[in-house]
Design a protein around this ligand. Structure first.
Ligand SMILES: *[C@@H]1O[C@H](CO)[C@@H](O)[C@H](O)[C@H]1NC(C)=O
Ligand SMILES: *[C@@H]1O[C@H](CO)[C@@H](O)[C@H](O)[C@H]1NC(C)=O
Ligand SMILES: *[C@@H]1O[C@H](CO)[C@@H](O)[C@H](O)[C@H]1NC(C)=O
Ligand SMILES: *[C@@H]1O[C@H](CO)[C@@H](O)[C@H](O)[C@H]1NC(C)=O
Ligand SMILES: *[C@@H]1O[C@H](CO)[C@@H](O)[C@H](O)[C@H]1NC(C)=O
Length: 534
């Protein structure tokens, strides 16, 4: 568990409410307290409370410090981070078996609101939060070491939460209040996997674009390279063709379904791309902006649901619109590295495995093997729900890495257990679909919803209406559940350049619906409408 700077920003935001309590409760002079905190921090011996743990760092960090992370693998791509408040930084190495262990940072802000927040990783990463038991983005450490896979699947996160809850009260002489989790992608899976396996760890979980049904997600991702072929294969579709010819056709067929031509497909459920229309000469067209029959076959295979030979679903189809970024990702004619590593090191145990040879036999094996129970595909989260847990999920509708239709599939899987009782679902699990958002962030939509733990300034309040983290806190602590989340699009995605527009994001099964009147960039021109179907 690490309290990232974004959370610390939140601590500061909430502090204004809590400060009075804090000072009155402890009855101390604020500046004395500051000296006390630094002294307490530097005198702390966290390693003495945790079996066999090694202390790597203990430092008092002042607000504004650009903290370097030399212990993290360079592949993590985050060498440093500016810290926004004074805090006590603790870094530990914790063994989990004779042949495994994880690194972990615990950041204790000087002014504490009593909450804890754990964060997750992406891809196959061993980076921030904990390092998930290995270092960097490669899966090589999984090879012939099931313990490293166990750490990656759940043990590093769960153990770090236990350690965090043990150490934190020692620093403040105060009990831990509510416990939260915030993550996207693999991090979304970590949150849901944790709710399944350790329902008491968190009171509130924000799971963005969750990589649930993990093994089949990795199979689906592995399936694209054999479909597209490598960049030298005949009929290979260039990134440029995906981004122009194909993307334009997708928009032509689907952008206007919602009544607004804005480059955003509001609901991919309604968009079924007819790939035949890309064929040169279709409908006697003389356009040369078209594809050969072999290329159309590739595009169709890419856009279709991923099915087993008997016709049942292995993993849902891609998000239309996602081709803009998948062009240089999943459809780029290169093996998708995390899938290749997962099969090489965790499933097959063959470092020399060739991703071009991937077939559904590999997919079946992955499901059967399900290393360290990583699937994260529960049919019920009853235990989490019964202890009062709340799960807020969000998913970009043009996610180029994990289909948002899989989040709908997951919602239905849980809903099926309660006979599609919407009130029962709403009581503990809400899925917000974000049109025009890429994987976890970015895109033409109003995608800023506080997924980094904070909302940028410039008039966007840190509250349940605009920020997923604030929303989960209100839900857990006040019982006020978010019905809609207002997302913000900044001009050129530059916060300093001001707000371009805002949009109301709806929870499933509500659908963002244009009223038919008014400027589509005006938030009041859209409503969340429940069409009554799923
Ligand atoms: C708090 O402590 C500072 C420094 O020790 C001192 O200057 C100040 O007067 C104290 N304030 C109160 C309200 O006691
Ligand atoms: C701590 O280390 C000792 C000696 O290596 C070992 O016997 C013991 O099992 C370890 N305890 C834990 C909790 O890892
Ligand atoms: C990760 O790096 C640490 C040093 O920072 C090392 O102790 C540990 O063994 C590494 N983990 C793996 C799985 O290689
Ligand atoms: C295409 O052209 C042929 C020959 O002119 C004509 O018979 C046919 O109806 C046309 N098809 C369409 C879809 O317009
Ligand atoms: C279809 O095949 C998959 C993979 O072998 C299997 O898991 C599934 O149960 C089958 N479904 C039916 C309806 O036979």
């Amino acid at each position: 568990m690490m309290l990232p700077v974004s959370h610390v920003v939140m601590a500061r935001t909430v502090w204004s409410l809590c400060m009075m309590h804090f000072i009155l409760a402890l009855g101390v002079n604020a500046s004395d307290n500051s000296v006390n905190f630094k002294t307490r921090c530097l005198a702390f011996k966290p390693e003495s409370y945790i079996s066999n743990a090694t202390l790597n760092r203990l430092e008092y960090v002042t607000a504004g410090t650009n903290l370097a992370f030399p212990d993290n693998d360079p592949s993590c791509g985050r060498a440093s981070q500016v810290v926004n408040v004074d805090l006590c930084r603790i870094a530990l190495s914790v063994p989990t078996s004779q042949r495994s262990g994880f690194n972990y940072e615990l950041w204790l802000p000087e002014t504490w609101n009593g909450r804890t927040l754990a964060t997750g990783n992406g891809g196959l990463d061993g980076c921030f939060g904990t390092n998930n038991g290995h270092n960097g983005t490669s899966g090589a450490a999984f090879y012939q070491n099931e313990d490293v896979v166990i750490d990656f699947s759940w043990r590093a996160l769960h153990t770090s939460v236990e350690i965090g809850k043990k150490l934190t009260p020692l620093m403040y002489d105060k009990k831990v209040g509510k416990s939260y989790y915030l993550g996207c992608s693999l991090g979304g899976r970590q949150g849901i996997g944790n709710a399944e396996k350790f329902p008491k760890d968190f009171d509130g979980i924000v799971a963005g674009a969750p990589a649930v049904d993990f093994n089949s997600l990795y199979s689906w991702r592995a399936s694209f390279f054999p479909i597209t072929g490598d960049t030298a294969s005949p009929g290979f579709i260039s990134p440029d063709t995906w981004k122009t010819t194909i993307h334009n056709e997708v928009l032509k067929q689907c952008d206007y379904i919602d009544g607004v031509e804005d480059g955003i497909i509001e609901d991919p459920i309604l968009c079924h791309v007819d790939t035949e229309r890309l064929l040169c000469g279709y409908s006697n067209s003389s356009s040369t902006d078209c594809l050969s029959a072999a290329q159309v076959k590739i595009v169709k295979a890419v856009y279709d649901d991923y099915l087993w030979p008997n016709g049942t679903l292995l993993y849902p189809r891609v998000n239309p619109g996602g081709e803009l970024l998948a062009a240089t990702g999943l459809y780029s004619g290169n093996p998708y590295a995390p899938s290749a590593d997962w099969f090489k090191y965790a499933i097959l145990g063959e470092p020399s495995w060739d991703p071009a040879t991937y077939t559904q036999d590999d997919a079946l094996l992955a499901i059967q093997k399900n290393p360290a129970g990583i699937a994260s595909w529960p049919s019920s989260l009853a235990a989490f729900q019964e202890q009062g847990g709340k799960l807020l999920s969000y998913h970009g509708q043009q996610d180029q890495q994990i289909s948002s239709l899989n989040s709908v599939r997951f919602w239905k899987r849980l809903a099926d257990e309660v006979d599609y009782d919407l009130e029962k679902m709403d009581a503990f699990y809400r899925l917000f679909r974000i049109p025009g958002m890429n994987h976890c962030a970015g895109g033409p939509g109003a995608w800023t919803v506080g997924q980094g733990g904070t909302t940028p300034a410039y008039g966007i309040p840190f509250d349940k209406d605009h920020n997923v983290l604030a929303a989960i806190v209100d839900w857990v602590e006040k019982g006020v559940a978010p019905d809609e989340i207002v997302g913000t699009k900044f001009v050129d995605d530059n916060v300093g350049a001001g707000i371009m527009y805002q949009h109301r994001h709806c929870r499933y099964p509500y659908r963002s619906t244009y009223s038919g009147i008014g400027d589509p960039l005006d938030i009041s021109s859209w409503n969340c409408v429940n069409f009554g179907g799923y």
